[in-house]
Design a protein around this ligand. Structure first.
Ligand code: 13P
Length: 250
């Protein structure tokens, strides 16, 4: 089954009104390749989602928040809700990013709770998983990824609005991307696990993105990997080379 190529740009806690407007204006000029059905989603900090929406004229590009609290509203100081994210024009949310798992100490269960809530609120979810260097070296890469997926598998039957991003922590922001062979091996193992847990049809249609030091030059090197359906890009999504990543499969 053909899966639509997906490119996400995670700006993380970077940018200003001026720099985000500049990126959006650059992306407005991009002819997002339809031949491979490319889907592009950018994720500025929550404060700038509305600002990005105001300037985004390229209808082929959508917006994602970087987090969403699993309540509609209430006394949750500092948090943002799925309805608020939708209200400012975003359709997606990134959940379970390793920076939230490791720095903010979000648990697998809490991320699953957020995922269910976001899906019920009609947001698409970019669900991140991935192992640390220590975990990789101890041979537990797949065990870590499946442990992170398990509570989501237990909590939701419908995976049609979930995109998985496999982001090995050791590759994030280091300039040391996984090799295409290593990434493909993990992606295939994740898909095999999903086949067992959520059925072949859903596992065959869920997109699994690779993230970790993807740039304008190395993006094409993953093109022949059958289980890599796109990228979640950090640093390079803030630069003009993001356009090369968007067009890397056309
Ligand atoms: P880099 O592309 O900067 O390595 O970041 C990847 C990432 O964490 C995207 O979510």
């Amino acid at each position: 089954m053909a899966r639509k190529f997906f490119v996400g740009g995670n700006f993380k806690m970077n940018g200003s009104k001026e720099s985000i407007k500049e990126i959006v204006e650059l992306l407005n000029k991009v002819d997002v390749p339809e031949s491979v059905g490319t889907e592009v989603v950018i994720s500025p900090p929550a404060l700038y989602l509305h600002w990005a929406k105001l300037h985004l004229t390229n209808t082929a590009i959508e917006l994602a928040a970087q987090n969403a609290y699993p309540k509609v509203s209430g006394a949750y100081t500092g948090e943002v809700s799925a309805p608020q994210i939708k209200d400012v024009g975003a359709e997606w949310v990134i959940l379970g990013h390793s920076e939230r798992r490791h720095i903010i100490k979000e648990s697998d269960d809490f991320i699953a709770e957020k995922t269910v809530h976001a899906l019920e609120s009609d947001l698409g979810v970019i669900l991140c998983v991935g192992e640390t260097l220590e975990e990789r070296e101890s041979g537990t890469t797949i065990a870590v990824c499946t442990r992170q997926l398990d509570p989501v598998i237990a909590a939701t039957k419908d995976w049609s609005h979930i995109v998985i991003a496999y982001e090995p922590v050791w590759a994030i922001g280091t300039g040391l991307a996984a090799t295409p062979a290593d990434a493909q091996e993990t992606h295939a193992a994740i898909r095999a696990y999903l086949t067992d847990k959520i059925g072949k049809d859903q596992a065959d249609s869920v997109r699994i993105l690779y993230g970790g030091s993807v740039n304008g030059k190395n993006a094409k090197t993953f093109n022949d990997c059958p289980d890599i359906d796109g990228y979640l890009v950090g640093g390079a999504s803030l630069k003009p080379e993001f356009v090369d990543i968007i067009t890397s499969r056309s």
